[in-house]
Ligand binder design. Structure first.
Ligand code: NAD
Length: 498
């Protein structure tokens, strides 16, 4: 039994609140350990630690700071197998997919090695007589991240790396469902040379999240999770004057045009719909074939593929996807399938009864596929976050784009077509933050930014890429004048550059 506490002041510490919860192993339903749930006092200890360490770190020159990131990248390569194993065991995704989770995080760390360049300010020589103007980016101080269960390596790294590269101290509140990898990440950063106190991990639930939201020394919060919590965190965090960015849920559509290469489309759809048991914010959960003929051709190829999906334990390298994260998640997703049937959608493939032989206590279900889903159904409107794909038949292209535009969520979207003009029109008009053209999961590469629109995001800067350096720094603009010896006397009119 593993006992996860917190990581404060450069080392693992036990929880002192007296509250804890079980950490499960979804592939067999075993209790893997416990995780401490922090109190407000434990958060304060982390903040005090971070506050004390941050000024020296901020004063360390930026190239020296990013050398810690370089060393961290090396250490993760050494421990990759161990990290992927912990991740797969606590999340439930396959080991191959867990490796991808880590890799997409490392790619952001790589880009953050460019922090010295990204933090450079602007300079105008001679903005007025004897006047130079320049701006600089300075760290905010102590900042925090609150992250979801579904990418326990990638999303913490998307936040930690830019925050600390910019000279901040960081407090991570990872998901209480899979805390193992975030703690190891903190340990590896210390081994890589990060001073104690610059990265703290505080485990917990709503109690510690609320303490983060109200703590006067925490200057910014980056959140990723479901939309209702994103909205809550944004409202309460900004009300207390913090800089807050919150990324929420999704309902990602894939529009399939009549001219799409159907084999390529089905390959893309099956991976994007069912990979990681559909527990990805960029998973495709709605397929929108345009025209009945397209829909029929799609279903003909898709149905046998969904029927033959291989579900297996996280450690089975031949599995397409593993179990869901918790017993509650499994019940919730099966409940949505029941709702879809009641609402009148046609359940073409039913994975509710799937049992994994030898792993009867694991949280498994097979892939489910609905046809004839309509926009008024709950299974269309709400995020299911499981291996359930809905097919909504659209008579025309305009109906398809309208579906994506009218949906409350706007995280990702894709169009599959051979027609460049249709693709161009779609990319220009669709009201969604991340668009794929014949690419099913258009998670932008690390040096671009990641963020949805509408109810998928609150705040005005995206994650990673150039926005991350803006989010984790504040701009100071200096107007300087070195008099030439001629004194002008007092000036009572606002200075202009006329
Ligand atoms: P979640 O909202 O339940 O939890 C996210 C974080 O908030 C966790 O750290 C959790 O401890 C905390 N939290 C949960 N309930 C809280 C409450 N009542 N008050 C305060 N804090 C609370 O999300 P999850 O189930 O861990 O993750 C899945 C969700 O995250 C999905 O909706 C998915 O779409 C979304 N997600 C979005 C993105 C994105 O970039 N837009 C990326 C990954 C996941």
């Amino acid at each position: 039994m593993i006992e996860y506490g917190h990581f404060i002041g450069g080392k693992r510490v036990a929880g002192t609140s007296g509250r804890k919860q079980d950490v499960m192993q979804p592939m067999d339903g075993a209790v893997r350990g416990t995780v401490a749930l922090a109190s407000q006092a434990e958060l304060r200890a982390a903040v005090e630690n971070a506050k004390a360490a941050q000024p020296t770190w901020a004063a360390t020159n930026p190239q020296r700071r990013v050398r810690v990131l370089m060393k961290f990248l090396e250490l993760v390569q050494r421990d990759y197998d161990e990290l992927a194993d912990i991740l797969a065991r606590e999340h439930g995704k396959t080991i191959a997919d867990a490796r991808g989770d880590i890799q997409r995080g490392l790619e952001v760390v790589e880009v953050c090695i460019g922090a010295p360049h990204m933090m450079k300010g602007e300079f105008t020589d001679g903005a007025g007589p004897g006047i130079d103007v320049y701006s600089m980016r300075q760290p905010l101080g102590v900042v925090a991240g609150i992250t979801p269960f579904n990418f326990p390596a990638m999303i913490p790294l998307w936040k930690i790396a830019p925050a600390i590269a910019c000279g901040n101290a960081f407090i991570l509140k990872p998901s209480e469902r899979d805390p193992g990898v975030p703690i190891r990440i903190a340990e590896l950063f210390i081994e890589a040379g990060l001073p104690a106190g610059i990265l703290n991990v505080v485990n917990g639930d709503k109690e510690v999240v609320d303490a983060i939201l109200d703590d006067p020394d925490i200057k910014a919060i980056g959140f990723v999770g479901s939309t209702p919590i994103a909205h809550y965190i944004y409202s309460r965090g900004t009300a207390s004057g913090k800089r807050v960015q919150c990324f929420g849920g999704a309902k990602n559509h894939m529009i399939i045009m009549p001219d799409a290469d159907m084999d390529q489309t089905v390959d893309a759809l099956i991976g994007a719909g069912y990979g990681s048991a559909g527990e990805r914010c960029m998973a495709i959960s709605v397929a929108v074939p345009v025209g009945n003929d397209t829909a029929n051709r799609l279903m003909e190829k898709l149905v046998p593929r969904v029927e033959s999906l291989k579900v297996g334990p996280s450690t089975d390298s031949s599995a397409d996807f593993g179990p869901l994260v918790t017993a509650q998640a499994l019940e919730r997703v099966k409940g949505y399938v029941d709702i879809g049937v009641k609402e009148g959608a046609k359940l073409v493939v039913d994975g509710r009864g799937f049992k994994m032989q030898g792993y009867e206590n694991g949280y498994y279900m097979g892939g489910c596929l609905f046809d004839n889903v309509t926009a008024d159904m709950r299974i269309y409107k709400e995020e299911i976050f499981g291996p359930v794909l809905s097919v909504v038949r659209a008579p025309r292209y305009e109906d398809a784009i309208k579906l994506a535009n009218d949906h409350e969520m706007g995280n990702g979207v894709a169009i599959f077509t051979r027609d460049g003009d249709a693709a161009r029109d779609f990319a220009s008009r669709v009201q969604v933050g991340m668009v794929g053209i014949n690419v099913p999961i258009p998670v932008p590469i690390a040096y671009y930014t990641f963020g949805g629109w509408k109810a998928s995001s609150f705040g005005d800067l995206n994650q990673h890429g150039p926005d991350a350096f803006r989010f984790y720094t504040k701009t100071k603009t200096v107007t300087s004048r070195w008099p030439s010896g001629i004194k002008d006397g007092a000036e009572f009119v606002i200075p202009t550059m006329n």
